[in-house]
Design a protein around this ligand. Sequence first.
Ligand code: FER
Length: 299
Amino acid sequence: MKKILLAILSFVLFSISSWAQENEKIAPEGFDKLQTGIPHGQLDTVTYNSKTVGSQRKAVVYTPPGYSKKKKYPVLYLLHGIGGDEFEWLRNGQPQVILDNLYAQGKIKPMLVVLPNGRAMKDDRAVGNIFDSTKVQAFATFEQDLLNDLIPFIEANYPVHKDQKRRAIAGLSMGGGQSLNFGLGNLYKFAWVGGFSSAPNTKTPDKLLPNPEEAKKKLQLLWISCGTEDNLMRISTRTHEYLDQNKVPHIFYVEPGGHDFKVWKNDLYMFSQLLFKPVDKSKFSNITVLDIPASTNVR
Ligand code: FER
């Protein structure tokens, strides 16, 4: 009798928790607060040889709690903005805290997160005029560095899966533009693509995705998000409208806020929970904070 009651109780609790998860529209209070009583992942700085740039370049790698070389992990490449470098997310967004907390609640699949420097040039520091054309160009050059240098380095040195289905790319602002450009431009490499508050380096829709049918077949998740107070909203809206017109399943997640880490931390919280799990594309239009269908959510 006790056993039956226990079974019923755990079923009810499980249903409530999965219902809550499905209906969670925004990160709850405390999602980004360091907790001491839980297992933590680890951060390593790595150096790889970039044939593209002709230099030794640095990246940060977050391995999840319980990481073991005997297991194999999917990988998320997580990119920074125009004023950032490989440490920007750590300095301002503390993704390791957000992810540790999500692991403690069993809400995400174990994955490696690689934080590269997306300014692929010899002096890749965010100094001087960060809008200088050679620096902006270096954000485009990073596509070759990522594909030909960094990904092979990670795959040679970490126990990771090497198939498209288990490789994700996302980023904020310039890194959002890069993620959309590189992800959608190399669908054989990435199945999970996220642009957070994507910048004007995002290709125009017809160049970004000239072949929507291919994207429909190969993508698991395409995530476009932006804060309502962000001056760059037009870039995300333009991309979303094209995707809608071409019936490419995607999440258009419009949230309160501007062009800042409050928004990007929330994006990471929401986006990371979807990764490397079975996807139900019919539910995509339900995922938006403002609680109106994504297709009417256009400014
Ligand atoms: C621009 C406005 C913003 C631009 C880039 C940005 C290259 C990037 C912002 C960021 O990364 O936060 O016109 O052009």
